[in-house]
Write a protein that binds this ligand. Structure first.
Ligand SMILES: O=C(O)CCC(=O)C(=O)O
Ligand SMILES: [Fe+2]
Length: 246
């Protein structure tokens, strides 16, 4: 990813970090992240953290390079991205992973988290010192949900703190990073079905995102993966779930 990072401008404000570079479209640019995005342990946790929806999707992929002198990022909830919609207390709309590509230390800007803050009220203000640094060795991963207050730390060292974020969100929400526009057909041609489905080439819930008269959207890019038009199993499953609940 080094050439992409070098070509990326630094952030324009305190949130993006004036000495921080963020570069995305990892599905297209970094085949070595594909296995990370599909890591079975992480997806196992995501399955549980987002189990209150029928399915979830890839929300955002990004390398975040926090350079020397980078300011602390304001403490926030990732789910504020949804126009500050007041989700009910304890409701998580996203699940976030931060993979350490360098060691993360308090000095070099490790992500700071406020433990237990997923239970706090919304729009709460925290100072960076209210949060703890998630120090970890390169290759480790920090997992947290959309309602946890956190923020990137200040980099007081002379090295770079580099992390890979992979965020997942409920499939009835708009994705933060546009997966449809960021990945060309020649890459889509080679991707495994599980990854394509996670990118959003799948229906969210029962019917969101269909094409034509309700067809599986994957046919638009990979007709070879089309499910049989007569396959009524999704409807059967939905009806069964409604029957069980009532
Ligand atoms: O860089 C970090 O440690 C955190 C970044 C973050 O939380 C964000 O951009 O939403
Ligand atoms: Fe965040």
């Amino acid at each position: 990813m080094a050439p992409f990072l070098e070509a990326t401008p630094k952030g324009a404000d305190d949130f993006d970090g004036l000495e921080t570079r963020r570069t995305g479209s990892l599905m297209a640019r970094s085949p070595s992240t594909h296995g990370v995005i599909l890591d079975p342990t992480v997806l196992g946790v995501a399955d549980r953290a987002l189990a209150h929806a029928t399915n979830y999707q890839l929300h955002c992929t990004q390398i975040i390079d926090v350079g020397p002198g980078s300011n602390p990022q304001p403490i926030h909830r990732d789910q504020w991205a949804f126009d500050f919609f007041p989700f009910p207390k304890g409701f998580d709309s996203t699940f976030s992973t931060m993979w350490a590509l360098t060691d993360f230390t308090a000095e070099n800007g490790a992500t700071r988290v406020v433990p237990g803050s997923h239970q706090d009220e919304d729009r709460k203000q925290f100072a960076p010192e209210d949060a703890l640094p998630a120090e970890m060795k390169s290759g480790s991963v920090l997992l947290y949900t959309g309602s946890l207050y956190h923020g990137g730390g200040e980099n007081q060292s002379d090295g770079h703190r580099v992390g890979l974020i992979v965020h997942y969100s409920l499939a009835w929400l708009r994705q933060e990073e546009n997966q449809y526009l960021g990945c060309p057909q020649e890459v889509l041609d080679e991707l495994p079905e599980q990854l394509l489905r996670l990118m959003g080439y799948a229906k969210g819930s029962y019917s969101l995102g269909f094409i034509d008269g309700g067809q599986d959207p994957i046919v638009a890019v990979r007709p070879d993966l089309e499910k049989s038009k007569n396959d009524s199993s999704e409807l059967d499953t939905a009806l069964e779930e409604v029957a069980q609940e009532s």
